[in-house]
Design a protein around this ligand. Structure first.
Ligand code: MYR
Length: 185
């Protein structure tokens, strides 16, 4: 007989966990289907990025409402919020951050663990240039654009491609000074 007693975890935590798994599996199915439908890896990468962008422009509202985050004072602060609050909230991980030295506008998020590939051992065969997680860079690009922080976001390293870590590069397109003067207006 089946035992219907629920495990002793908070229902919201377990529901979050289940929906994250469901998202990760659904995403995997989508990428697998695209590999069947498209020959060109770059075409898939672009599609995943564009899809992520459309999610990001909507997700930012949810993020700002649920996190209570107000405007950040610097790019470093924004990147910190992305790593410590946004990634934690939506993916349950906290990437480490590098970059932004001397007021620069180039940063990286380093992911030791990437829940999006929890069920993925390796890239599909014959897909050496596939950027499997490209949805994530699109989400960040879309979300940042909505708070007037246009940025280039790209996967610089990818464990699925044999790199030691997964690294997402974020290059803010406005120089820091432009940002300050814009914010002080
Ligand atoms: C500001 O400087 O105005 C605050 C900016 C915070 C931007 C945070 C963007 C978060 C996007 C959510 C991405 C989730 C990816 C898993």
């Amino acid at each position: 007989m089946m035992d219907w007693h629920l495990p002793a975890v908070s229902s919201s935590a377990s529901a979050h966990h289940i929906s994250r798994d469901l998202f990760v599996l659904t995403y995997g199915a989508l990428v697998a289907q695209m590999c069947k439908d498209y020959d060109n890896d770059e075409e898939i990468n672009k599609y995943l990025d564009a899809m992520g962008y459309n999610i990001g422009v909507r997700l930012i509202e949810d993020f700002l409402a649920n996190s209570g985050i107000k405007k950040c004072r610097s790019y470093s602060e924004t990147v910190d919020i992305i790593a410590k609050v946004a990634f934690k909230m939506y993916l349950g991980i906290t990437p480490s951050t590098i970059g932004g030295n001397d007021g620069g506008n180039e940063f990286s998020l380093i992911l030791d663990k990437n829940p999006l590939v929890d069920f993925v051992e390796e890239l599909p065969t014959g897909r050496p240039s596939l950027s499997y997680c490209n949805i994530l860079s699109g989400v960040l690009r879309g979300a940042l654009e909505m708070v007037h922080l246009p940025a280039d976001v790209n996967f610089v390293q990818d464990r699925l491609k044999g790199d030691d870590v997964t690294e997402i590069g974020i290059t803010f397109l406005r120089k820091n000074d432009d940002k300050k003067s814009r914010r002080n207006k």
